[in-house]
Design a protein around this ligand. Structure first.
Ligand SMILES: NC(=O)C1=CN([C@@H]2O[C@H](COP(=O)(O)OP(=O)(O)OC[C@H]3O[C@@H](n4cnc5c(N)ncnc54)[C@H](O)[C@@H]3O)[C@@H](O)[C@H]2O)C=CC1
Length: 290
């Protein structure tokens, strides 16, 4: 079947009400009918519910934007994180196999321990530092172990102009005076719109069917949370100081990698797709809606 026909047959979008899910619903709309499923419509940790939803919709493509994303809370809720992030993707992969659908699934830079000292490639050793990362790694493995056309996209530091994320939090807290932000964790902030457009570019690519697998899909370049906060403050034109603090000054339940930058060379090599630099992507977001 030709590549574009898979999406034309219908896209079942799980996690449609999350920040990435909302962007995907908009960006994928032109490709074919998009069936949006929220947590209330289908719990991806419920194998029977997943199979029933997929049997009913018979999509050509399943896109899974549903996940347990509370990184710190996951330390105390391991079973729930595993149910949703490790077993859920396996159920979706089995359901995709049963109807011949492709599967797009998202994973995280937090599968790495942050000690590489250079951007991580897809075949670098994973060694998650926290339960969330561990649960996401198991989810990737569950999808990639099944013999189906699956794209597992590891992404990082997602944000949007709306909803609850780092950008909106910085904007809100800036009203209360100087911000204290961690300066010794490095990553690549990625707007959800950029990741949604990347997903679309993969699905319409003429060679997509031959290029299934694991890809790093985050914006190019890197910054610290402190550097990102400074850029956000500048973008909003806010007059507030952003003070650097260390990870040790801001203890959290979950340990996080110090350097989880993702190398996007494989996506470029196999599919010719590149993502913009993180600062260009932030600027673009403000160009769209000053
Ligand atoms: N937010 C970030 O910074 C990063 C996110 N990711 C990954 O990107 C993907 C999208 O993340 P976001 O949109 O930021 O997350 P989000 O937390 O905004 O959205 C997740 C959605 O999943 C839904 N959900 C939770 N449990 C569910 C269940 N059992 N069944 C069905 N739906 C359920 C939630 O209701 C929510 O709408 C996830 O796979 C996440 O692990 C990867 C790296 C960084």
């Amino acid at each position: 079947m030709a590549h574009a026909d898979k999406a034309r047959q219908g896209i079942a979008l799980f996690g449609a009400q999350g920040q990435l899910g909302r962007a995907l619903a908009q960006v994928l709309a032109g490709l074919g009918p998009v069936h949006t499923l929220s947590h209330a419509d289908c719990d991806i940790g419920d194998e029977t519910a997943v199979h029933a939803a997929v049997r009913r919709l018979r999509p050509g493509v399943i896109v899974n934007a549903a996940a347990y994303t509370a990184v710190d809370k996951a330390e105390a809720e391991r079973d729930t994180a595993l149910r949703i992030n490790a077993y859920g993707p396996g159920y979706l992969a089995d359901a995709a196999l049963s109807v011949g659908a492709w599967l797009v699934h998202y994973s995280t830079d937090y599968v790495f321990d942050g000690t590489a000292g250079r951007p991580y490639r897809e075949d670098d050793l994973t060694a998650p530092l926290n339960v969330y990362g561990e649960s996401k790694r198991l989810g990737e493995e569950a999808v990639l172990a099944r013999p189906l056309t699956a794209f597992v996209l590891r992404t990082a530091w997602l944000y949007d102009r709306e909803g609850r994320n780092f950008l909106t939090t910085v904007r809100r807290l800036a009203a209360n005076g100087p911000l204290r932000i961690v300066c010794d964790q490095y990553g690549s902030p990625t707007p959800v719109t950029v990741l949604a457009q990347t997903t679309r570019a993969i699905l319409v690519h003429p060679r997509a069917a031959d290029c299934a697998g694991l890809y790093h899909a985050a914006c190019d370049g890197a910054t610290s949370w402190h550097g990102f906060a400074e850029a956000i403050v500048r973008s909003f034109g806010l007059a507030v100081a952003v003070l650097p603090i260390t990870t040790a000054d801001y203890p959290t339940a979950a340990h996080r990698p110090a350097y989880s930058v993702l190398d996007g060379a494989r996506l470029k090599e196999h599919l010719g797709i590149t993502l913009p630099s993180w600062d260009q992507a932030l600027a673009d977001l403000f160009m769209e809606r000053p």
